[in-house]
Design a protein around this ligand. Structure first.
Ligand code: NAD
Ligand code: DAU
Length: 359
């Protein structure tokens, strides 16, 4: 991507992965103007970005991607040359109880961003590969459906989403490609496996388990805990996003994954062991908290990514081993008790008013 592309919109930057991407871009590119657009839903937490919030190349905008007029206006003000789109409803269980919210944010919100980019860029678009613009959609491996005991998702795997969440992400992926085919919009998509690490919202498996173990609460394991996920340290995902945004080929899709498959129950047992050691509890204490509960409806058995395309074409491989990543994550959650407490008490929702309302 040409170096004059300096006005970058990152959506969903107050969320888990988005905050790592914003931090990386703000710290790495002092000459870029980075605008973080986030609605601050329950999942958005500006405390995640406390360390960079006063940087001169960073602007936070509270707003909803579902509001098309607002999105158009923002594009006209900032004349974005690049978009990294992470804003989404992201939790599968919530999509089962409230699918419409997922359709609205993940599909309509994405189309609003595509329309705004099209309106701003189309007059000066040339051939896709030479274009100074880039619309980058951050997507998930869940669009490919579920694997059996063997095999991997490649970029050519047929889409077969099962949850309202993954169906909404699949739909937004298709729309992103449709804007490339129909209007020549320079787009790029990556589909990534399960992330873990600091700032992970404690509704997701790993932070939920760590929080519950610390507080001696039951750890709910869906079904028999036999489902398999491929875990990647979130900073490795952010590095991949930086690489793809700058060096990825327009129109392409890249899969991103950790080659790091874990059965849920084995992962939970490992977390129990690590936490027992960190908290000086006798070995085996935390495992007693494991509670098997009713399975998630339509629970995909196994996800596993073949990440050879991004490795061969762009040279990306994960740099953090699972052992190292989990150690960092466990330490971070133990050292950042206040961050976690502010979420469980709901205090984190006041941060915007306190820090931003009078700016
Ligand atoms: P998250 O739920 O932690 O964060 C989502 C962010 O989007 C929040 O800050 C939220 O306030 C914001 N948001 C939601 N609706 C919005 C709206 N209407 N307008 C503006 N902002 C809105 O999610 P995450 O886990 O960081 O995931 C980020 C992206 O990466 C998502 O698109 C998700 O599908 C994708 N993804 C996540 C994973 C994972 O393991 N977490 C893996 C692959 C892909
Ligand atoms: O694969 C990428 C996806 O990973 C992302 O697209 C999603 O945004 C992200 O939320 C994540 O989805 P999962 O459903 O895999 O993540 P979650 O942490 O919710 O669950 C991981 C596994 O653990 C899954 O098999 C369900 C199981 N689980 C989850 C929770 C919250 C439990 O057994 N107990 C729980 O309490």
């Amino acid at each position: 991507m040409p170096s004059d592309s300096k006005s970058i919109l990152i959506t969903g930057g107050a969320g888990f992965i988005g905050s790592h991407v914003v931090r990386l871009f703000v710290n790495t590119y002092p000459n870029y103007k980075i605008v973080n657009l986030d609605k601050l839903t329950y999942a958005g937490n500006l405390e995640n970005l406390r360390d960079i919030e006063n940087k001169t190349n960073y602007t936070f905008v509270k707003g909803d991607i579902v509001n098309g007029e607002f999105v158009h206006e923002l594009f006209n003000i900032h004349k974005f040359t690049g978009v990294i789109h992470l804003a989404a409803e992201s939790h599968v269980d919530r999509s089962i109880s409230n699918p419409l919210e997922f359709v609205t944010t993940n599909i309509i919100g994405t189309v609003n961003l595509l329309n705004a980019a099209k309106q701003l860029w189309q007059p000066t678009l040339n051939t896709a590969n030479k274009s100074p613009y880039r619309f980058y959609h951050i997507s998930t491996d869940e669009v490919y459906g579920a694997l059996g005991a063997s095999g991997f998702f490649t970029e050519k795997t047929k889409y077969d989403p099962h949850s309202p969440y993954s169906a909404s992400k699949a739909s937004s992926d298709h729309l992103v490609r449709a804007y490339a085919d129909t209007y020549g919009l320079p787009v790029i998509i990556t589909n990534c496996s399960n992330n873990y690490g600091p700032y992970h919202f404690p509704e997701k498996l790993i932070p939920l388990a760590l929080n519950n173990i610390k507080n001696n609460k039951n750890i709910p394991v869906y079904g028999k805990g036999e489902n398999i996920r491929d875990w990647l340290f979130v900073e490795d995902h952010a590095r991949a996003i930086n690489l793809v945004f700058h060096k990825g080929k327009s129109g392409e899709t890249y899969n991103i994954g950790g080659h790091n498959e874990w059965k849920n129950i084995d992962l939970i047992r490992l977390l129990c062991k690590l936490m027992d050691a960190k908290l000086n509890r006798p070995a085996g204490t935390s495992e007693k908290l494991i509670t098997f509960v009713t399975d998630r409806a339509g629970h995909d058995l196994r996800y596993a990514i073949d990440a050879s395309k991004i490795k061969n074409e762009l040279g990306w491989v994960p740099s953090v081993s699972f052992e190292e990543g989990l150690e960092k994550t466990v330490d971070w959650f133990l050292e950042n008790e206040k961050w976690l407490k502010n979420i469980t008490s709901g205090n984190y929702k006041n941060y915007y008013e306190k820090q931003y309302a009078n700016r």
